[in-house]
Design a protein around this ligand. Structure first.
Ligand code: NAD
Length: 337
């Protein structure tokens, strides 16, 4: 039996990805950015990737030439501008999308909607045409809306497979693990906190009661820890003081998620990750919960599990905002037609 809270890719925590070599083509859309570059470096370092396709509207020839000199097997290709998007995507097994503008101090993720919604819709349209079978992992914010947009665009092409579309929320899990380990003096590589809901403020819901190993906090500390996990992105935005949002930790988290998807595609069993996906687990159409991954993407949604009273309230409090963000994304996609 697989564990709901199994830690997926321990090897990444040691700085390397292991796993059996595979023949996967992976594309990074937005590869020249703050997340895209270190994410591409981590992917280039993995035997799970045989071709790494880097797409952006700027600077990809340089990024590709630079990464191409690394002595690992993944063949790197650079593609710049819409004319080269099809070549970047053709034959892709996994597409990771960190394209789009990041937050500046004082901004919410939703403030990015106007710019990033269009970017994601254009890239989704290209995926539908060039690699309709690929696993698509969306990092671009606001994830709570960009995943519905991507899904609607794929639907309009008749190629939507909800088992293959993921909003990457892994950074919330990574942060929760790091913060719990710090407070309890544990090895962070051995801590796993499922984080459910969405990826913005109060829609980020850490399930500390389901943490492995089991940890207990007094009510005031639990509330403060939960608040810190929910606002951890803003902590980084403030510290960077106008220079963007989390990039290095997000690259780590994006790579961890991509490696889990690739491991599961290669037949590894028991791979579990939380991600924001089409869901029947609550009355929100999209919701993040732990997912058992398999060769075709989501094999089984493991659901919310047993919640504490505190966590039940967090879920209830997140619903209205989450539903609003989903509706906003769907309306945007409908108006594009
Ligand atoms: N899911 C998460 O947990 C999480 C965490 C951090 C950041 N983010 C989001 O990730 C996104 C990227 O952040 P960043 O710090 O790397 O930003 P960045 O500005 O450093 O990089 C974005 C890149 O996207 C490229 N781009 C813009 N339009 C494009 C298009 N149409 N096609 C392809 N590429 C395009 C830019 O040229 C740039 O290289 C932001 O939306 C940010 O909010 C998500």
């Amino acid at each position: 039996m697989f564990a709901r809270a199994a830690r997926p890719t321990m090897a990444l925590a040691r700085g390397l990805s292991t796993g059996a070599p595979s023949r996967a083509k992976v594309a990074v859309l937005g590869a020249s950015g703050g997340i895209g570059q270190p994410l591409s470096l981590l992917l280039k370092n993995s035997p799970l990737v045989s071709q790494l396709s880097l797409y952006d509207i700027a600077h990809t020839p340089g990024v590709a030439a630079d990464l191409g000199h690394i002595e690992t097997r993944a063949r790197v290709t650079g593609h710049m501008g819409p004319d080269q998007l099809h070549a970047a995507l053709q034959g892709c097994d996994v597409v990771v999308i960190p394209a789009g503008v990041p937050r500046k101090p004082g901004m919410t993720r939703d403030d990015l909607f106007n710019t990033n919604a269009t970017i994601v819709a254009v890239l989704a349209d290209a995926c539908a045409r060039s690699c309709p079978e690929a696993m698509i992992c969306v990092i671009a914010n606001p994830v709570n809306s960009t995943v519905p947009i991507l899904s609607e665009v794929l639907k309009s092409h008749g190629v939507y497979n909800p088992s293959r579309v993921f909003g990457v929320t892994t950074l919330d899990i990574v942060r929760a693990n790091a913060f719990v380990a710090e407070l309890k003096g544990l090895d962070p590589a051995r801590v796993n906190v499922p984080v459910v809901g969405g990826h913005a403020g109060k829609t980020i819901i850490p399930l500390i009661s389901q943490c492995t190993p089991k940890v207990d906090f007094p009510a005031d500390q639990l509330e403060a820890l939960t608040g810190r996990i929910q606002e951890a992105g803003t902590e980084v935005v403030k510290a960077k003081a106008g220079a963007g949002s989390a990039t290095l930790s997000m690259a780590y988290a994006g790579a961890r998620f991509a490696f889990s998807v690739l491991d599961a595609m290669n037949g590894k069993e028991g791979v579990v990750e939380c991600a924001y996906v089409r869901s029947e687990e609550t009355d929100c159409k999209y919701f993040s919960t732990p997912l058992l991954l398999g060769k075709g993407g989501i094999e089984k949604n493991l659901g919310l599990g047993k919640l504490s009273a505190f966590e039940e309230k967090l879920v209830a409090d997140a619903m209205a905002e989450l539903k609003g963000s989903i509706k906003k994304g769907e309306e945007f996609a409908a108006n594009m037609k």
